[in-house]
Write a new protein. Structure first.
Length: 145
């Protein structure tokens, strides 16, 4: 029995490094938000948004952690050409979608974040969707093992 080796396309390294940088920054943000809280957030948000973030229910940290750390691990797995990257990017995407659903479906973030906040969440969701789609395509093409 012969095994065929599929050559790694150049764009896998580009997408993998971009995914690692994007999710790596999200990991930094996650740690800083949880450890320094309002002090860290005040550098980026007005007081009413800081109050919103610091008063979110504890359970919202679960999808946030899944989105962030699922993305970090998935990016590393993508660079290692592991098919598990597909599953971890899916978990990351799910974490993002649950977070968006909470912000806009269960809470009043739309009034507080305005159109800027909506555009930011939309961009985050689109990027997470792209990474999940890309990993799936690379898996289908046999690039991931």
């Amino acid at each position: 029995m012969t095994t065929m080796t599929v050559k790694t396309p150049w764009h896998l390294w580009l997408v993998g490094l971009l995914a690692l940088a994007w999710n790596g920054f999200a990991g930094y943000d996650f740690i800083m938000t949880l450890t320094r809280g309002a002090e860290y957030l005040q550098a980026y948000f007005p007081p009413e948004q800081v109050a919103y973030y610091t008063s979110m229910p504890e359970w919202t940290k679960i999808p946030y952690a899944a989105a962030v750390w699922g993305g970090v691990i998935a990016a590393i797995l993508l660079l290692l050409r592991s098919r598990w990257a597909v599953h971890l990017f899916a978990i990351s995407l799910l974490g993002v979608l649950v977070s968006v659903f909470y912000a806009y479906g269960m809470d009043d973030w739309a009034a507080l974040g305005g159109s800027k906040g909506m555009m930011m969440w939309g961009m985050i969701a689109a990027i997470a969707l792209f990474f999940a789609w890309y990993a799936r395509m690379m898996s289908k093409r046999g690039v991931l093992r």
